[in-house]
Structures are given as C-alpha cells and as structure tokens.
Design a protein around this ligand. Structure first.
Ligand code: GLC
Ligand code: GLC
Length: 653
C-alpha cells in the first residue's frame, strides 16, 4: 500500500471500529448522564484516529487485536468515569489555557517526601514555604510502594496504587494534590513505566510460574538471546551489574533488567501490558497529578541488533498513552526524561507526545561553562537546539536526584574545536575535584573502565565550590560559590521554559556523606546529593549574612524578576553573541517589552563594548531589573564576577 492508500485504509477502519465499540461502551456505562457522555465521546472521536493508527502498527499483527483495542478503550472510559469532579473541572479549565506550563509564573521545585517533610502530611504543612518561594509546580520523587531497603530511590515500584506506607496513604496523596492545587501548585509525579520492581504482583505471579505474567516481562531460558543483545546494548549501571540481564534460578530464566537487578523491564510487545499500564497511568491522573514525568523513556522498546534506545516504537507507545490522556484525563501533560543525545531528546517533544522535556543538554553545558569560564559551546549549542515546537516547553535544571551525565553532542563540540571524549574526561576530573584548578567537590558515578565513560554526583553548592570554601574558611571563595549558584539559577529562570529548583539548593546544601555508612546505599553515590532537608538551616534564610540567606534572597529576587515580567512567558529566546566569550547573552521579548539577559560565567569582571550593545539595538541608559538600578553604558558595560543582568531599554523621558 502507498501512503495515501494507507491513510484511507486507516481512516475507514478506525471510523468503523469506533462506530462498533462506542455503543457497546455506552451500554456498559449507562448511568453516565447524556451531556457528559457526549463531551467524552467528542474527545474520543477527536483522538481515536491517531490512537487506532498507533495501536494498529504496534499490535495489529495479533489475531485478537480488536479485543485488545476494545479493552484499552474501556480502560479509558472506566478511568474517566472514576475521575473526580474537581479534576473534570480542571480538564475544562485547561482546555481554555492548554499551554499553561509555558507561563512565566511557573516555577518548579523537586523533593523527596521523606527527606523534605517526613511524610505526605508533612508536605502539606510545608506548603507555605513553597509559596514563599513562588513555587507553582512540585515534583515529588517516587512515593509508591517499593521494596524495603534498596529500591533505587523508589524507582522500583511494587504497586502503582498504594503509597509506600511510611509516607502515608492514597487518600492523603489525593488530599495533598487538592491542597497544592488550591495554593496554585501543580503536582508532578513519576510514571515509572519501563519496569516494575520484582515485588510487584505481576512479578510475584511470574516467579510463581504464571506464564501469563512471565509474558509481562522479557524473559529467556538461556543466554543465547541475552548474549546477542549485550553486544549492542550499553550498561546503565555497570557497577550494579554489567550487561542488562539478571538470572532468577527459581524459574530458571534470564530477565531483562536495564537498571538494577530488581527492576524488571516490562514487555510492551504484549498489548495486555500496554492496557494494564494505561490503567495505572490514568489511575495516577485521577489522584490529581497534573504533570506526569515519564521515566526512562528511551528504553521502552527493544530490538535485536540495535542499541535498544530511542526506537520508533518507544515514541509510538508514548503517543498512544498521550492520546488516552487527551481522551480520559486531558488536564494532565507529560514530561519526558530522556537523558540521551540532544537530537534524540528532541524527538520526544511535541504536543502529541511529551509537551515538556528535561533539557540535559543545557544542564551539562552550564556546568561546562562553569568549569571552563567560557560560554562558546553553550552558546553554539543553544543557537542550534533551544527552539522548540509551539506549545511545548523545556524543563531546565542544573541538579536533580540523578548524576550529571555529559549528554552534549560530540558534533557541537567538534564545531567548536573541542574533542568531546577528552573534554568529558576533563569535566569528570574537574567535578570530582581531581583537576588541580577545581573548586568542586563531587564524586564519580558508574565509571566504566571499558568505555572510559563516567558521570558525576554531588550537590549544586558543593560542585560550585561552597564545600571547599567553607572547609578552607575562605570568605572570598564562599562569596564566589554563592555567585556561581545564583548565576546558574538566574539562567534557568530567564532562558525560557520551566525552571526546576532541586530541594536544598535554595539554601546551598552541601554533599551529605552519611549514605556511605548505609550498606543499602553505599554503592550508589547519587545519595550524596539526596540529603534530609535541614529546617534549622532554612530558618537562616531571612537572616542577612550567612550563605543560606544570600542564596535564598538572591534566588527570591531572580524569581520575582521572572514572575513579574511577561517577557519570560512563552516567546522565543534569541541567543546572541555580545562579543565576549565569558558572557552568555540572550533576548526575551513580549509585545513591547524586550529584555537582554547577560550572564558572566567567570570570576573576573567582564566588559561588553557599548558599541556592540548599540548594534544589538540597546540604548545608552539601561535598567537592570536584577540590581534594580540604571546602568549607563558609555564606552563599556561592566559585569562583576558571575553577575547576571536583566536589561530593559529605559523609555525616553
Ligand atoms: C530514571 C531515574 C533514575 C532511575 C532510573 C530507573 O532515570 O531518574 O533515578 O535510576 O530511571 O528507574
Ligand atoms: C542514564 C539513563 C537515565 C537515568 C540515569 C540514571 O543516564 O539514560 O535515564 O536517569 O542513567 O543514572
């Protein structure tokens, strides 16, 4: 069939299927009032075509395809019927403002429930702290039932429908989501859907010999297939287990485990798995989740002879989940976690796939600029790669719960005369403090001697030099470290997209080495930057002198600049060259308002030629919104050590 025949075929079959299935579903849910059903059916009609096309291409070869199709649709209807009224109201509200996450008001905060506040009720009590900062989006790290002891920080899920008991209950989660919403804060939770823990009910059944449940995972009787796969697939946690399979002698099978040996990869070639996971996803949506972080998207689909990352079917799966959400829980959007080559990161981003995506490229290159004091590579790469399709947004971050991987493009580096392999080595040396000129204190993560690959763990403040400076009792270095933290966050807040603050960074929390005493954690250095929130230190935030207060107040100021200026909403970012390679520069614009952000990435004072500024259309007298003062650029404009300026051309008086 050619393409247009294809389209006709799909159109006819999808329309016919819907005409067949909808009345049957209506009959099953006859209690739903007619106007409600009509509204739902309308959405179904709008999105069914693409859902059908994707599901057919993934599962059409199954003899019972239409049975699965109907089961999937009935999962969608059941979930929608169960959806609380408050969330249906939110669905309607979001329809009038679908790209709400592009607003300049949006500010993200990322925290572990237990470390931040003990439990879910504790988080409720801390809402005033979040609103004080201006937070409007809260990502709580995985909080569902998981194995005792090591659970990859909750990323090994044993039940998507039960909260991990020490943290609270499902009712408390839904109540928290509602409370947050009432305070203007959207809840973001993970959908860990590449794998379950080996204690999940499906895994238990599989271990007990249920063939049906063994088919939920990818299992092999001997090493033939695993050996072939491991020729082309990288090991994500080589310290944990080289390769990506784990043997379970109880069933005498090799199980695909991309991450840790107790995280079993789901088998999405089985349509029953897609349906069950769609049910789990929509269940989460109905608890009040507004942003669903899709974990480890790159690994969803596997194919012999490939590296099993970013395969076309992985995209189709997400698009199918997206269509189901548009039908049954339209207020929710997806955020993609693809920590891969920037070209591949981009492919997950669209309104029909993930509306939001982490930006690991900018994360890595900001740290690169910090180490080298130069922004050339950052500027070059942003010029090529920062623009996104309409109605989608970056989630920008410098730290999260994971390690820092140097996921920038070798090609971008080459174009700037940089050898990527050597340079990554330098960055690892720099941020683990081996390099003699380093201010950073970090730890290596998953060094792979075979490939020379390594990543870095550490808190933002320790990586910015605060730990070392405090140990040396060096006030000047403390000052520089605080400035580094502020310029990094300043860029996150102004460059466009959702800025994510990682809990503790607003107070300059240092590395916490206590995990090394815990035998469940000591092999995983990511715990060095997952520490218990210190509410005593938080009290210092309004106290003038200490680094905590300088950071918190400095950050507050930058947040206000963001939240008070429409130029940080939606519109495009134009990266420009200010004629100084230590200074990152970009325009943000909204209607009449045009802002130029200048960020100095070196501890030396930097100058921008006044002539260059005038070439860029700026006047001689400018207002810096950060310092709140008028700046006059007669011959040059001076930026202090690590200073960030947000310049607005002052109106002629
Ligand atoms: C994601 C998480 C990471 C976890 C992995 C496996 O990448 O961010 O912490 O180890 O997925 O779930
Ligand atoms: C790899 C994976 C990413 C995961 C990380 C955990 O970078 O690509 O998904 O978060 O490892 O360390």
């Amino acid at each position: 069939m050619n393409n247009s025949q294809d389209t006709v075929w799909f159109h006819r079959h999808s329309a016919a299927s819907l005409t067949r299935i909808l009345p049957r579903l209506r009959a099953r849910f006859k209690d739903v009032p007619e106007p409600d059903w009509q509204a739902f059916a309308l959405r179904m009609e709008e999105h069914f075509g693409r859902l059908f096309t994707i599901l057919y291409s993934l599962y059409g070869r199954h003899y019972d395809f239409f049975y699965h199709l109907e089961s999937i649709l009935s999962t969608a209807v059941e979930s929608w019927v169960d959806r609380p009224d408050a969330l249906k109201a939110l669905d309607a509200q979001r329809e009038t403002d679908p790209a709400w996450y592009q607003s300049h008001r949006v500010l993200g905060y990322v925290a572990y429930v237990d470390l931040f506040a003990g439990d879910l009720n504790g988080v409720r009590k801390r809402i005033p702290y979040l609103t004080e900062m201006g937070v409007t989006y809260l990502h709580l790290m995985p909080l569902f039932q998981c194995p005792a002891g090591d659970s990859d920080g909750g990323y090994a899920i044993s039940s998507y429908r039960e909260v991990h008991p020490p943290l609270g209950t499902m009712e408390e989660l839904a109540a928290l989501a509602g409370d947050l919403r009432n305070h203007g804060i959207s809840l973001c939770l993970d959908f860990v859907f590449n794998h379950t823990s080996d204690e999940h009910e499906w895994a238990r059944q599989a271990l007990a010999g249920s063939v049906e449940h063994q088919e939920y995972y990818r299992m092999f009787d001997d090493r033939t297939y695993p050996d072939q796969i491991e020729k082309t697939v990288r090991s994500v946690f080589p310290d944990e287990h080289p390769g990506c399979f784990t043997y379970r002698n109880r069933i005498k099978k090799w199980i695909w485990t991309t991450f840790k040996n107790y995280q079993w990869d789901l088998n999405y070639e089985n349509p029953a798995v897609f349906n069950r996971m769609a049910g789990e996803m929509l269940f989460l949506a109905n608890q009040g989740v507004e942003v669903l972080r899709l974990d480890a998207v790159a690994f969803l689909w596997k194919k012999l002879g490939t590296n099993c990352e970013n395969l076309p079917e992985a995209h189709q799966l997400i698009q199918a989940f997206n269509a189901l959400v548009r039908i049954a829980a339209p207020a929710m959007v997806f955020k993609s976690e693809a920590i891969v080559h920037p070209d591949e990161v981009m492919r997950y981003i669209s309104t029909e796939e993930c509306q939001i995506s982490y930006n690991p490229n900018i994360m890595a290159l900001l740290w690169n600029a910090m180490a080298t004091r130069e922004v050339r590579l950052l500027r070059h790469s942003l010029q090529k790669r920062f623009t996104l399709p309409a109605r989608t947004a970056w989630a920008n971050y410098i730290r999260c719960h994971d390690d820092i991987g140097w996921a920038f493009s070798d090609e971008d580096a080459r174009e700037q005369g940089i050898n990527a392999f050597d340079h990554r080595r330098f960055l690892n040396d720099f941020y683990t403090g081996i390099h003699k000129a380093s201010f950073a204190v970090g730890l290596p993560f998953q060094e792979n001697p075979q490939t020379g690959d390594a990543r870095v763990s550490g808190s933002a403040a320790s990586l910015c030099g605060l730990e070392r400076a405090l140990n040396l009792n060096d006030a000047h270095e403390v000052d520089l470290a605080v400035r580094r933290m502020l310029v990094l966050h300043g860029v996150l807040l102004t460059i466009g997209g959702i800025p994510l603050v990682y809990s503790g960074d607003e107070l300059g929390v240092l590395n916490d080495y206590s995990y090394q005493q815990d035998h469940e954690k000591q092999a995983d250095s990511r715990w060095v930057h997952r520490s218990t929130f210190d509410w005593k230190r938080a009290e210092l935030r309004n106290d003038g002198a200490p680094p905590e207060a300088r950071l918190f107040q400095g950050l507050r100021k930058l947040i206000q600049v963001r939240q008070n200026n429409m130029a940080f909403t939606r519109s495009e970012t134009e990266i420009v060259d200010p004629g100084n390679d230590h200074v990152l520069a970009y325009f943000r614009q909204h209607l009449e308002q045009s802002l130029l952000v200048l960020a100095n990435f070196s501890e030396e004072e930097q100058e921008i030629e006044a002539l260059r500024l005038r070439q860029l259309g700026l006047r001689r007298t400018l207002t810096d919104l950060v310092a709140g003062i008028l700046v006059i650029a007669t011959e040059t404009l001076k930026l202090d050590s690590y200073q960030i300026m947000v310049l607005v051309t002052s109106r002629p008086s």
